[in-house]
Design a protein around this ligand. Structure first.
Ligand code: ADP
Ligand code: MG
Length: 490
């Protein structure tokens, strides 16, 4: 047996040097640990480490092997999850998170590698053992709730108990208790379709817990819920982890849920890129001293969650080279800027926050820079409104005259920002390009090209730098002025 980390895979222990107080690290064999134990116990202490409840050993999963559409969804993932941990499998859509999760659940056999749960290789189970495993050890929640529409909420919750052969009275009691706990007892006699999304997902939480499983796995369980309901379900899962001491393994591609986890498993392209302990949560796992070091990279990773470790390192050093804000400042800036965009803060408070000292919760930005930043932001927000109004006006609510006024105002703003002196023809072409871009008829690249194109070719005839600047600012306005995907129009 061999382990490349600072603990041994064989005896699962850290070596502690009693004399120096250090934890020698580096590769070592199991035999080596044994000899430490017997020969050097005066000097060394072996500190036992927990055994993982789940151990995925070099998991490879290939869909449609040997066929034309063969696809490697997991390319050798090794993962250890410990009892009572809250783990998030995180990464962009398609990176293989669900694949790995369903492999843990016992429904997707690895093409290579082994999946151990409680020390047992689950794909060596007999069919009957597998059924018992899925019933007793695992609870599961899906994005789409997967409730049975034709039976009541209570029966949905109790369903796994029917399969487990639990007598009716006990089924009723256990299911009802969970309904009460998750505040769906008052609707327990209804069909699931009459419940809100949040309530339906709570039914699914209750159902996943009715067999009292050790491990709860959840595949994007709040992906279909609005943000407030989603937060409630996430809080429920956190409670199940903290109070009930269940191991929770959650798949998400949404970075805002990362703070819930003890450890975050970053995945990309079928591989586990890195596993990061969340410094804000007390760790379940006894980590080797020094392994929890929080580097700037983790801070940056929160801002750019899908970047690879190397991209993050590059961002860290580039950030230094251009002597911009620190990542701490960027995080604060994001917070206050969000407040402005949501209309919860006025520009004067924003400016004051930018200038205030770091230890007063401010950003410590000098007055000239802070004023410029505030002005630029307010300009963008003001003119983004015109973009929003313009797009709405095309629906026919406002006259053509009015909608041209919005375009006109945006054009004026852009021209003054960069001090363009435009002839009437240039201005007409400029406005047409803006209208086409904002209307969604042209792409950013088309707009950019039109800025540089000579006036004789219906372009605006700007120079390279002007064209770049004006395209960039126009895109900023569009980004703010067009409601986000999935967001309701007000
Ligand atoms: P994630 O959950 O991270 O979005 P998945 O694990 O669902 O990703 O899928 C990983 C990749 O495997 C995707 O590119 C997906 O298209 C592919 N895939 C998933 N399920 C199947 C399947 N049953 N057959 C073929 N390809 C699949
Ligand atoms: Mg998925």
């Amino acid at each position: 047996m061999f382990c490349a980390h600072d603990h041994c895979a064989g005896c699962r222990s850290l070596i502690y040097n009693r004399v120096s107080g250090e934890y020698p690290s580096g590769s070592r064999t199991f035999e080596f640990c044994i000899s430490y134990y017997f020969l050097f116990s005066t000097y060394y202490l072996l500190i036992p480490m927990a055994k993982p409840i789940i151990f995925g050993d070099t998991i490879e999963i290939t869909y449609n092997p040997g066929k034309e559409n063969e696809f490697k969804a997991n390319k050798g993932a090794t993962i250890e999850i410990f009892d009572s941990e809250y783990i998030i499998l995180f990464g962009p859509s398609g990176c293989g998170k669900s694949t790995l999760l369903y492999c843990m659940f016992g429904v997707l056999a690895p093409s290579a590698g082994k999946m151990y749960v409680n020390g047992e290789s689950i794909y060596d189970y007999t069919p009957m053992q597998m059924v018992m495993f899925q019933r007793k050890t695992m609870g599961i929640m899906y994005q789409s709730f997967n409730l049975i529409p034709s039976i009541t909420v209570l029966d949905n919750v109790a369903l796994p108990l029917i399969f487990a052969g639990v007598p009716p009275a006990e089924r009723f009691d256990r299911a009802m208790e969970l309904c009460r706990r998750f505040m769906i007892d008052h609707v327990s006699h209804k069909r699931p379709s009459l419940l809100s999304g949040g309530q339906q997902q709570r039914v699914s939480v209750a159902r996943s817990l009715v067999n009292d499983p050790k491990i709860l796995i959840a595949d994007e369980p709040v992906g279909n819920l609005d943000s407030i309901t989603a937060a409630q379900v996430m809080d429920t899962l956190a409670e199940i982890n903290e109070k009930d001491k269940k191991t929770v393994i959650l798949v998400t591609h949404d970075a805002k849920y990362l703070p819930y986890a003890h450890r975050i498993v970053y995945m990309s392209d079928g591989k586990i890129e890195r596993v990061v302990p969340n410094p804000e949560k007390k760790q379940i796992l006894k980590l080797a001293p020094g392994s929890t070091i929080v580097t700037e990279i983790e801070q940056i990773a929160r801002i750019y969650p899908y970047d690879s470790p190397k991209e993050l390192q590059v961002k860290s050093v580039v950030n230094y080279l251009i002597e911009e804000l620190t990542f701490d400042q960027i995080t604060r800036l994001q917070r206050v800027t969000e407040a402005i965009i949501d209309g919860r803060m006025d520009s004067a408070t924003y400016l004051r926050t930018l200038m205030a000292d770091l230890n007063e919760g401010g950003l410590g930005i000098p007055v000239a820079r802070a004023s410029q930043m505030t002005e630029r932001l307010m300009n963008i927000i003001d003119h983004a409104r015109d973009i929003f109004r313009y797009r709405r006006s095309r629906g026919g609510e406002v006259t053509q005259m009015r909608s041209l006024e919005f375009i006109n105002r945006i054009a004026e703003f852009l021209a003054t920002q960069f001090e363009f002196q435009l002839t009437p023809t240039q201005k007409a072409n400029f406005e047409r390009s803006i209208e086409q871009r904002i209307g969604g008829f042209t792409k950013r690249e088309d707009f950019w090209a039109q800025m540089e194109l000579p006036v004789s070719e219906r372009g605006v005839g700007l120079n390279k730098k002007q064209a770049f600047d004006v395209t960039r600012l126009t895109e900023k306005l569009i980004a703010q002025g067009i409601p986000r995907v999935g967001e309701a129009h007000h």
